[in-house]
Design a protein around this ligand. Sequence first.
Ligand code: PGA
Length: 256
Amino acid sequence: MAQNTRRRPLIAGNWKMNGLQADGLDRVRRVAALRAATEVPCDLLVCPPATLLAAISEALAGSPIATGGQDCAPQTDGAYTGDIAARMLKDAGARYVILGHSERRHGHGESDAQIRAKSEAALAAGLMAIICVGETLAERDGGQTLAVLSTQVKASVPPNATAVNTVIAYEPVWAIGTGRNAAPPQIAEAHAHIRATLRQGLGAEADRMRILYGGSVKPANARETLALADVDGALVGGASLDVDAFWAIAQACPKL
Ligand code: PGA
């Protein structure tokens, strides 16, 4: 099996429910200016709130920085008040969508089956799905981490997922927004396990698929985290709201 497959890292900013027109546009323009002046050894993605997606996609047109949504509905259209279809995100300029974030799984009670249905809708709309998995602190303390990850990967990732249309993000729930980055051996173990689980369903395609780490990634821990085997980038929450921090994380990617 191709253990040494080179995967270009992806640094994705998840703004969550932060940003209005003025500060959001200012932030991406500053990232775009940095990117126009300097190469980075990674792909860059910004996932703003849905209200800013069209304006930010337009502001980034012509730049190599992609945009993405933070969730989508499994349906294509219809009477679903407040929901947003994958093709609507695409229509607003998105290339990616984050699915199954722990704030959706735990905050909104989303199941693996729902996340898989949303992922299928995203792929059908031509979006790249970033499917998040991760254990809670109680699950880690109970020795359940690897079992939880296996279950989530098997039940959330659609069978037609490929390295071209899908990215996995490992986000231990206890490390998100807490300032508590998982320790390198914990991250390495989880990523290797996720890739082994993906191989069971997808075969060699799993070796080409990017697996991001997310959970309190910041400039101080980015280099060490991004250098780990099977870590192919980061999903960055809080630090993505700070242009200098986001840029420093992008620059911390290992050169291919
Ligand atoms: P954090 O969030 O970087 O603020 O911990 C990561 C995420 O939730 O994607």
